[in-house]
Ligand binder design. Structure first.
Ligand code: PSZ
Length: 500
């Protein structure tokens, strides 16, 4: 059976993975220190350029069925381990992009394989329930063990969903329901509300809005898309809402050299937020909520200071809008904390926090008052997937057992320092190194250079992602250790030195 084969291979790899094979120091990077016992491989291994011949054949085959324009290559998930993704041409790449930032503890983690092999868990994987009507007996316990054990400050309620967009979409609906009940002073709709909503008219379908930020990404479903402003290709030809869009701060780097300018830039954006709230109220489309990513990810890894977020939170309270923090990409540990908003140091950081990706299940936490007032108002067939909660509970055990958040802080520090060194060494090529934990990025001089660096790095065995106009982003799993940082930096340096 596939899974017993995998476990046997793990046992073998446990014996031979002491980093003896780590590449020697070539640049910024130090000799890779010995890792703790690792269940993965000891470095990239490339047999073909990527995509290789087998991937190309499969691409043609799938091309007869779907659009394959976005496919990079086909993967061999059975052979992938830890930080290494193996493709169908037997290329083994250090994965610093992790399925668009969504693999928490690497590929084929032994703890997760063990969980899958436990007969007591089989029924959870085989029988997918319609959670909103027929949940399994262990559902409350599993929620307590998984999502509620990491609930953001001030929140003890969570609604699971299937993906990030679905989570945001339903979180917006929750916010609108809360806002209208607040306006009414009670939660009983009028007959007019009930009849007008059936024909998409006010007052049943009120003209409320969600304020979002330029450069943000909150998903591609129609409500979410109205708050997504990262790339025009996402939005082209799709009808949308006339909702307010505020500027997101554009910080200058290095931060310590531009303290005054950056503070001024953040104050400008905050002022614009308040102006927009007032303007949209006057237009008759009050802002029911503000949605923001703690670090704008798809939009180019744009950061703002804790002060900015604290002030924004105060603005939402002053104007009676909900504050929705979208942690779909930042949540799950890669910033060095489970939630990026923890870096703001607030007791009451948000009203709603959405998640997906590294948390395996989608969903959102919310304050008690955001609980939908009637059944079936927030509802769909699956409402999440209990098998993902089971996996998540074990992922959280591994994170605690292996102190992975400390590890992320350590690797993140090594990664960011390495990026500082590389941008000093290649000033015409790289700039604006930035990050929190291993959630790091650096800018190339233009988009063409960025794209070619990404492809060259891939052919040398390192998978990276792009974001924004010309940023390179680093999104490793939480098991990415300092030794992996050095492998990454050495290869990245090789790519850059060839361009010089
Ligand atoms: O191109 C795409 O559709 C992509 S590439 C990366 C994402 C989507 N990220 C998803 C995402 C996110 O980063 C944030 C901050 N919020 C919401 C979403 C939507 O999540 P999914 O893709 O699960 O619907």
């Amino acid at each position: 059976m596939a899974s017993s084969l995998i476990s046997r291979q793990f046992v073998l790899s446990l014996h031979k993975s002491s980093w003896l094979g780590a590449p020697a120091c070539r640049h910024a990077s130090k000799v890779a220190p010995k890792s703790q016992v690792e269940f993965g491989y000891d470095g990239p291994s490339m047999k073909t350029s990527v995509p290789g011949p087998r991937s190309q054949t499969l691409m043609k085959q799938l091309g007869d069925i779907q659009n394959v324009g976005a496919i990079n290559f086909f993967c061999n998930y059975e052979e992938s381990r830890g930080n290494y993704l193996v493709d169908v041409d037997n290329n083994r790449m250090l994965d610093v992009y992790t399925q668009i930032s969504s693999i928490p503890i690497g590929y084929n983690h032994p703890a997760l394989l063990k969980l899958m092999a436990n007969p007591n868990n089989l029924s959870t994987f085989v029988n997918r329930p319609a959670l909103g009507i027929l949940p399994p007996e262990n559902f409350p316990d599993k929620l307590n063990e998984s999502l509620l054990s990491i609930a953001p400050s001030g929140m003890s309620r969570v609604q699971t969903m299937s993906c990030g967009s679905c989570s945001n979409e339903n979180a917006y609906k929750t916010i609108f329901i809360w806002y209208r009940n607040k306006e009414r002073g009670h939660n009983t709709p009028t007959d007019e509300d009930l009849s007008t909503c059936m024909i998409n008219q006010a007052p049943g379908c009120p003209d409320l809005s969600i304020l979002s930020f330029m450069g943000s990404f909150h998903g591609r479903t129609m409500g979410c898309l109205a708050t997504t402003h990262s790339k025009s290709i996402h939005k082209l030809d799709i009808p949308s809402f006339d909702w307010p869009i505020a500027p997101f701060p554009r910080l200058q780097y290095p931060l310590e050299e531009f303290t005054r300018e950056n503070a001024k830039e953040e104050a400008r954006c905050l002022e614009e937020v308040e102006d927009l709230i007032i303007k949209w109220r006057q237009k008759g489309k009050p802002v029911a909520g503000i949605v923001i990513e703690p670090i704008q990810a798809e939009g180019g890894d744009n950061h703002a200071s804790p002060d900015f977020f604290r002030s924004l939170r105060n603005i939402t309270q002053k104007h009676g809008c909900a504050f929705h923090v979208d942690e779909v990409q930042t949540g799950g540990g890669s910033t060095g904390k489970v939630w990026a908003h923890e870096h703001w140091g607030m007791e009451d950081p948000a009203d709603v926090v959405s998640f997906s990706k590294k948390l395996l299940t989608g969903g959102y936490y919310h304050k008690d008052q955001f609980q939908a007032d009637k059944p079936y108002r927030i509802f769909n067939t699956w409402m999440g997937d209990p098998s993902k909660n089971l996996l998540l509970a074990e992922v959280l055990n591994v994170i605690r057992r292996e102190n992975l958040l400390e590890e992320v802080a350590r690797s993140g520090n090594a990664l960011l320092n390495g990026l500082y060194e590389l941008q000093a060494k290649y000033p015409g090529l790289l700039s604006r190194a930035r990050g929190q934990g291993t959630f790091c990025a650096i800018d190339a001089c233009d988009d063409g250079t960025r794209d070619s660096i990404l492809l060259k790095a891939r052919d040398k065995g390192v998978l990276l992602g792009g974001c924004g106009d010309r940023s390179i982003r680093f999104r490793p799993a939480l098991v990415f250790k300092e030794c992996h940082v050095h492998i990454l930096l050495n290869i990245f340096n090789d790519v850059l030195s060839e361009r010089k």
